[in-house]
Write a protein that binds this ligand. Structure first.
Ligand SMILES: O=C(O)c1ccc[n+]([C@@H]2O[C@H](COP(=O)([O-])O)[C@@H](O)[C@H]2O)c1
Ligand SMILES: Cc1cc2nc[nH]c2cc1C
Length: 372
């Protein structure tokens, strides 16, 4: 396990004073102020900046942001728990590589590069398909298997596969950070993954399955009740002891039972990023479940997370409440999104840029001669 330092708050009051001295009424930039403060605390800690001098607070930067989209398939999808067959995961991966998905359009708006990671879709992408990728899209194969097992019948994966997922996820995050990335933005693609995510949420929080499930891609009432009972059965099968702070071993067991490959690779990426004191933007419901797992493995991870939006997926607001204790208010946006792919995270990128811009460049009352 990697060591994650909690964010030191020793610079907190200097940063707050610096923000309050900007030419604006106190707190009038709302969540952008909280965001700027979090990004400042993270960056100063990463740079080991101590004894901060109010007049010379280092500028904030978010160099080389990395958008990472983790894709994987789910055996549970053979139970008709999504609007789409599993083949759509692969088709959407090809769409990402060709630049035709929503996430491509949003990356384009902000000039962001995107990497798509095959964590275990059913049919691998061929070399010639990967070669046709747009220049701004990188394809990386970190396959565990051809989709997880159907978790309503058996464990989604082995403990060894959980460990391999974590190792792969960490490796890709560390590679980006070593190449100079000061921000990770995570997204996912996986038909059936709201079933896995809801099951893990229920198992790790103790909340009942019916409050953790939702309509995912937009399933019918009938599909929703089937999805709920399949998840209930799976959780009953694994007979979990819901302790306050479960050990890593217990967590590995839960996630091996309930899946999925892309979710666990994201957990590895989140842990690695936090260990290097790099902020991670968390997209919708499924990425938030990865954040929940990471938090259960190491509570300090939470200091490094930025939650982009509150998803339309029914349980997302409750999940955010569980992770951060501030419910939907912790999220930057509420645009009624429920797409995934990292779309919310990438939309927030401009808000992060705005937060560091005001922090770095806005005049103070003193420097501008504004007197209130
Ligand atoms: O990000 C979200 O909150 C979100 C909410 C609902 C669905 N999704 C996306 O839809 C897929 C999972 O939905 P489902 O119905 O197949 O379980 C997967 O590819 C996700 O990216 C994403
Ligand atoms: C078409 C489609 C695109 C997606 N993007 C993320 N999840 C998705 C699910 C479907 C079905």
């Amino acid at each position: 396990m990697m060591e994650i330092n909690p964010l030191s708050t020793s610079a907190s009051s200097s940063i707050q004073t610096f923000i309050d001295n900007k030419t604006k009424p106190v707190a009038s930039l709302g969540k952008l102020e909280t965001l700027a403060k979090q990004l400042a605390l993270i960056q100063y800690q990463r740079q080991g900046t101590s004894d901060l001098n109010l007049a010379l607070l280092p500028k904030l930067s978010l160099a080389k942001p990395s958008v990472l989209i983790f894709a994987g398939d789910h055996g549970i999808n053979e139970e008709n728990v999504s609007i789409a067959p599993s083949a759509v995961t692969r088709q959407m991966v090809l769409n990402f590589l060709q630049g035709g998905a929503a996430i491509n359009c949003f990356c384009q708006v902000s000039n962001l590069k995107l990497a798509v990671i095959d964590c275990g879709i059913i049919t691998p992408i061929t070399e010639s398909e990967a070669m046709l990728s747009k220049a701004e899209v990188e394809f990386i194969a970190q396959r565990i298997a051809a989709g997880t097992n159907n978790f309503s019948k058996q464990a989604a994966m082995s403990i060894a596969q959980v460990e391999q997922c974590l190792a792969y996820g960490k490796a890709i995050a560390l590679r980006q950070i070593e190449q100079g990335s000061e921000l990770l933005l995570l997204g996912e693609m996986g038909i059936g993954n709201t079933s896995s995510a809801a099951a893990i949420m229920s198992a790790l929080t103790g909340l009942t399955v019916d409050v953790c499930v939702g309509r995912g891609t937009g399933i019918t009432d009938e599909q929703l009740s089937k999805k709920t009972s399949l998840i209930e059965q799976a959780i009953a099968r694994i007979d979990i002891d819901l302790q306050q702070q479960p050990s890593a071993q217990v967590i590995y067991r839960i996630v091996s039972e309930l899946g999925g490959f892309e979710i666990m690779q994201m957990v590895g990426a989140i842990l690695a990023s936090a260990s290097r004191q790099v902020a991670v933007v968390i997209d919708g419901f499924i990425v938030s479940v990865a954040a929940l797992i990471a938090q259960k493995l190491d509570k300090h991870v939470t200091d490094y997370l930025v939650f982009s939006h509150v998803s339309q997926e029914k349980a997302h607001a409750l999940l955010l409440e569980h992770i951060v204790g501030k419910g939907r208010d912790v999220a930057l946006l509420d645009l009624q999104l429920r797409l995934g792919e990292g779309t919310g995270a990438v939309l927030c990128y401009q808000l992060l840029l705005a937060a560091i811009a005001f922090y770095n460049d806005m005049a103070s009352f003193d420097s501008a001669g504004v007197t209130v």
